[in-house]
Design a protein around this ligand. Structure first.
Ligand code: MG
Length: 439
């Protein structure tokens, strides 16, 4: 059509006759979305299959049928987090504008006056993720689009390999490689494994602690040998990770990092406890072994110096522990500026909503380094439809608006929370004289 003829035809056409295309709808919009408020907030506490201790948060809005869900899971204080949400915070949140996420986040933090409380951060995370979920549903976009859009096609993940012998570890690392994983964490006999003196063995105080005992000198000898074995068996291509789980004293941490250098680690995780982060500077001065830290960080004063002084390579905070997507994306942005990368903590006791939140940030962040994987049995995929899938070493999120994950609430309530045992759990490690080792 000639341009003038087209313009004349367009001018003559009544507005009502315009096709109701999405483009026309965008053109006709003169304002943003109508104001919505938080109508109801409550925790959903569940132990599906008796295996997990999860706390989810459901935020119901004033628009019928529109709600969001978030993760507030904290295996160590599940009931405390649930009570904080139900008794203290829900009354503070009800009636607020669902779109003002950052404002609600800070208002909640300042309301508690003392910052970075772990229980508060978990509760806030539940609300924060649910609000991003709602915002995505309102916009008709997955959360990663709200964060700027995809910068990668899927989320590369690392798997956890373990074994009783070095050959068994190598076999299990290889099994991940065969499935498509390129990054694998290798442990031998769990955290501290390789450095454990068997129950009843060794020279011990009479009548004292008789259980499995951690000895750091033994560990620092054993782990480089494991990595050497893996390189000989599997070659140089596999990207190896090892988790020290904060067990070492500072000088031994420096020593281990040095000894790991020939094996070209992807990173060594939590080589120091959070109380000793200044020692990362010492490690940096003597070795190029890459370092990852952060899964027990709750306070910006812990991750700030690590990132801004560039004394770690990967920050590993758990999204639900730092307070949700809002603070996590700020951490990722900070990392981008300083050349540090992200490796959000997953695995273990984490839940699928927290994993989905991590994956949305991963998809949209140029500071991404790697994602710890998490896989659940079929019953969890049924209970939480939209749980991300990892068929080949990459995580794929559901492309639905929001976080793309939901919870069958009535089903979840059929699994009441497994009561805490009161006994020492896997986080309690002791030395041969019965003294505690930092977990
Ligand atoms: Mg770890």
């Amino acid at each position: 059509m000639h341009r003038r003829t087209f313009l004349q035809a367009a001018a003559a056409a009544p507005v009502a006759a315009m096709p109701a295309t999405a483009a026309a709808q965008y053109q006709s919009r003169t304002r943003g979305l109508p104001k919505l408020t938080i109508k109801q907030v409550y925790p959903i506490v569940t132990s599906p299959g008796g295996r997990y201790q999860w706390v989810f948060v459901k935020v119901v809005t004033s628009e019928p049928g529109l709600y969001g869900i978030g993760s507030a899971s904290n295996v160590h204080q599940a009931l405390t987090v649930a009570a904080a949400i139900e008794k203290h915070l829900a009354p503070f949140w009800i009636g607020r504008d669902v779109d003002r996420i950052d404002d609600i986040w800070y208002a909640t933090t300042y309301r508690s006056y003392r910052r970075s409380d772990t229980v508060l951060n978990n509760a806030l995370s539940g609300l924060d993720m649910a609000l991003w979920d709602i915002k995505g549903k309102r916009a008709g976009m997955p959360v990663y689009d709200l964060l700027g859009g995809k910068v990668r096609d899927a989320v590369p993940c690392y798997g956890h390999a373990d074994g009783k012998s070095m050959d068994e570890v190598a076999d299990n690392v290889k099994a991940f490689l065969d499935r498509g994983y390129r990054h694998v964490r290798a442990q031998i006999g769990g955290y501290g494994g390789g450095g454990m003196i068997a129950p009843g063995q060794g020279t011990r105080p009479k009548g004292g602690y008789a259980g499995s005992a951690f000895e750091e000198e033994v560990y620092v000898e054993a782990i480089p040998k494991l990595m050497e074995h893996l390189r000989v068996r599997l070659g140089k291509d596999v990207k190896l990770i090892h988790d020290v789980h904060e067990h070492l004293s500072p000088t031994m941490a420096v020593e281990l990092a040095r000894r790991m250098e020939p094996y070209r680690m992807f990173y060594v995780e939590d080589i120091l406890p959070p109380e000793m982060i200044q020692w990362f500077r010492n490690i940096r001065q003597v070795t190029t072994t890459p370092l990852a830290m952060g899964e027990i960080f709750t306070n910006p004063q812990e991750w700030l110096p690590c990132i801004t002084e560039r004394i770690i390579d990967y920050v590993r905070c758990r999204i639900s522990t730092v307070g949700g997507i809002t603070p996590a994306r700020k951490i990722a942005n900070l990392c981008e500026t300083f050349g540090v990368r992200t490796a959000w903590q997953e695995g273990g006791d984490n839940d699928p909503v927290n994993f989905a939140a991590a994956c949305h940030i991963d998809l949209a962040s140029t500071a991404f380094g790697i994602q710890e994987d998490n896989r659940w049995p079929d019953m969890i995929h049924e209970l939480l439809p939209g749980t991300p899938k990892l068929p080949d070493g990459f995580a794929y999120v559901n492309e639905a608006p929001g976080l793309g994950i939901d919870i069958k609430e009535e089903e979840a309530r059929k699994f009441p929370l497994t009561p805490p045992s009161g006994k020492e759990d896997g986080f309690t490690v002791r030395a041969i004289d019965g003294s505690l080792v930092r977990p």
